[in-house]
Design a protein around this ligand. Sequence first.
Ligand SMILES: Nc1ncnc2c1ncn2[C@@H]1O[C@H](COP(=O)(O)OP(=O)(O)OP(=O)(O)O)[C@@H](O)[C@H]1O
Ligand SMILES: [Mg+2]
Ligand SMILES: [Zn+2]
Length: 510
Amino acid sequence: MFSQINSFGLNGLDACLVTVEVDMARQLPGFEIVGLPDAAVKESRDRVRSSMRYCGLEFPQCKVVANLAPADMKKIGAIYDLPILMAVLGAMGHFAQECAHSAFVGELSLKGDVRPVSGVLPMVMQAKAEGLKRIFVPVDNVAEGAVVKGIEVYGVPDVSTLLQFLDGKGGLSPEPSPKVRENGVFYGDFCEVKGQQAAKRALEIAAAGGHNALLIGSPGAGKSMLAKRMPSILPPMTFQESIETTKIHSVAGQLSKDTPLCVHRPFRAPHHTVSPAGLSGGGSVPRPGEISLAHNGVLFLDELPEFSRPAMEILRQPMEDGRVTISRVSGTVSYPCSIMVVAAMNPCPCGYFGHPTRPCTCSQQQVSRYLSRVSGPLLDRLDLHIDVAPVEFEQLSSSQPEETSSAIRARVERARAIQTARYEKMGITCNARLTPSMLQEACPMTDDAVALLKKAFDKMGLSARAYDRIVKVARTIADLDGEERIGKTHIGQAVQYRSLDRKYWLNGKN
Ligand SMILES: Nc1ncnc2c1ncn2[C@@H]1O[C@H](COP(=O)(O)OP(=O)(O)OP(=O)(O)O)[C@@H](O)[C@H]1O
Ligand SMILES: [Mg+2]
Ligand SMILES: [Zn+2]
């Protein structure tokens, strides 16, 4: 007897249909799995056998061959346990009818419990695209699957319950789509940060233009606090962005039952000891790394100089391309990573260089060496350097209400709308993505703005690479003001955000 069952495998972020065929022949008893299975798939044999025994079913006393098609795709992990078991039952003459137009994914325990797997969201999306009527997934993953409308998604706790249901005795029902909480809690609101007007304004500019930013300040100045609130002033994710981000978290196995859909822009803050692979993704079963988990959101690099060189270097390409490619023996996968990078650092080893009251105890060389730990090309990609001065006591203790994130976000969204309209035909979305060749067209300046820019270069000793950055940031400031042309004040403000380019920092204390 022969039977076949639909299942799904992962290829990067996308799922593809895998057909599990089982054939039984009157030969010496045996159980084989073919079709490029890895070790975990081969071990399915034991889990399937044992699960059947636990459910009171006898494994057929003949030669059983399970084939996973297409044969040229590598099958990874234990997700094929459940479909293999169903295909074996089918070949024994059970439930063939009931399994038509259905798909199964899930790992089994020896006792027949169905264990969670990663990547259920893209699998359910693909099942729907294939025109299937229903899909059975592990009960722990059912919430993320149910996000997809137009297909019945069943959460299966164990094999017995599933068989009872297929037998027409009930016990399972399609999962309703989860209610998406529109106004869930962010990591915090900007109104909780007292004072810090200058830093808040700078972060508003960063959010408005999609600029990467570097916060520089003494310990306890509030850098981490400010950075964490960054997602709360970015425009809300579109449904499409939300699905994309959720897919990455699904494939990484990072979705919880309570948050089946990522509705807020992610905020990822990997520790500075993170390995390059932890950032970019990798592993024998390739998994998305921190860069991709931050897709459509913020990647926060706290204590930037403490990150290893290789870790910093690995960020360069993905920051530019919005995609990260991982090569493995099993093939190449690529994950999207459209991110905003916010980094934080102390200005010097002791932390108090430039502090209004506490003296810095570092030598000039120590300060330079500390700064030079940050990879140049990475520093180059951080458009805004934001000096975070410690907040004064009067402000900390003041009961004056501070502006909320949603008020700031409203201005950010207005500035983004201007950019969307301007770049409609240029293939970019925000000012941060302007290439040198686009600058001229997108950034017209008044004469006194040009004059000020020239003066800034001559007098302040700005580096050449600062030019593009200043113009882009000035473009965003002008957009926030609703101005078509970049004026003198916009340039003036933008220049302030290049503190690391000013010569005095590297060449001597002022
Ligand atoms: N402007 C502020 N308003 C309210 N609380 C603040 C402010 N600045 C700092 N704090 C308080 O100080 C704590 C420390 O701030 P935070 O951790 O953000 O500092 P940091 O600049 O990241 O320091 P480090 O360099 O040590 O990492 C915050 O958790 C917060 O409680
Ligand atoms: Mg901190
Ligand atoms: Zn110091």
